[in-house]
Design a protein around this ligand. Structure first.
Ligand code: SF4
Length: 323
């Protein structure tokens, strides 16, 4: 008997994996790389290695971005479309399960742990919309949920599964201690930027001005300070690494800005490149540079370098334009 584990690398998914492996079931792990989730370490890779199981990785692309932009089931507290995100992951899992010959899928879902996507109705809806009715086992909460196909068929012993529910992490932490897995793993979903207020504003702004979001747009969202001037967008790097990334991601027709002769961020101007937008981008670049003069020259270029003499913005103007 083979099962496919949805392995985010968060503690819940690891505990679910351990519970299934302890039932002598062969497991292939699937790690879906989501564009807005940041991990400090490769927890899924480390876990797969630790348990000696194969790991398949799938990178969520255009289809996922379209879902985030237009989720059927709406957003959570930020711009996190958790139900649609879960459905997407289950659909991907369904494809991979077929490829690797897995009979069922299991996840680290805990009933009621997260406000949007883990209530009973949501869990049911997610598997139904993914075309996986009865085939998604949630080992941590299984005893509180309807019997699934793997339990009914005796592939999995329901008695050895758990009845964890709610937002307290205590049962999981105790279980991790029992398994000797404590202190090794991050909190669940800690890294989804879509749930953060500031990031959600940038996402909202992007969706308002962009019909079809691309991977490049998603990458740019995670770099620099963002400003909106009508249909133009200005992004100012916060450090050397972001400056390099901005230059690499800049469209050929977009302007780049820098204050020569001083420590200066790189800024890029996308969308409308009106005279007014160029001046504003230059003032923002100067604001974040080390120049202390009342007015400075700011270089800007697509191919050919030009210069503009500006007075850096003050804090009030920065706040007015900041997304
Ligand atoms: S928190 Fe982010 S990664 Fe997690 S289910 Fe919601 S949208 Fe997806």
């Amino acid at each position: 008997m083979k099962a496919l584990a949805l392995l985010s690398g968060g503690l819940d998914s690891i505990l679910a994996l351990k519970l299934v492996l302890d039932q002598s079931i062969e497991v292939v792990a699937l790690n879906i790389i989501l564009p807005f989730v940041t991990e400090k370490e490769d927890y899924a890779g480390t876990t797969a290695k630790k348990f000696g199981i194969p790991l398949v990785r799938v990178e969520a692309g255009k289809e996922y971005l379209a879902i985030v932009q237009n989720p059927k089931h709406g957003y959570g507290s930020g711009m996190n479309p958790c139900i649609d995100c879960h459905i997407y992951m289950l659909r991907e899992a369904k494809k991979i399960a077929k490829e690797v010959g897995a009979e069922f899928i299991f996840t680290g879902d805990v009933l009621g742990e997260r406000p949007m996507s883990q209530y009973k109705n949501a869990l049911k809806l997610e598997e139904t919309e993914a075309g996986l009715e009865g085939l998604v086992l949630r080992p941590l909460s299984a005893k509180l949920l309807p019997v699934t196909v793997p339990e009914r068929n005796g592939w999995v012993d329901r008695n050895k599964l758990l009845a964890i529910s709610g937002r307290s992490r205590k049962p999981q932490i105790e279980l991790a201690q029992t398994f000797g897995l404590q202190d090794e793993y991050p909190a669940p979903a800690g890294g989804c930027r879509l749930t953060y207020k500031e990031f959600a504003s940038k996402v909202r702004d992007l969706f308002k001005h962009t019909e079809k979001v691309t991977k490049r747009d998603a990458m740019l969202l995670q770099i620099g300070r963002h400003f909106r001037v009508g249909t133009a967008k200005i992004i100012v790097g916060r450090n050397e690494e972001e400056n390099t990334q901005l230059l690499a991601l800049k469209r050929p027709e977009a302007y780049a800005f820098e204050v020569p002769g001083y420590g200066s961020p790189i800024a890029i101007l996308e969308g409308t490149t009106s005279k007014e937008a160029i001046e504003i981008a230059a003032k923002l670049t100067a604001r974040y540079s080390d120049a202390e003069e009342k007015s400075v020259f700011v270089d800007y270029w697509t191919n050919k370098k030009e210069s503009i003499f500006v007075t850096p913005f003050d804090e009030a103007e920065v706040l007015r334009l900041r997304i």
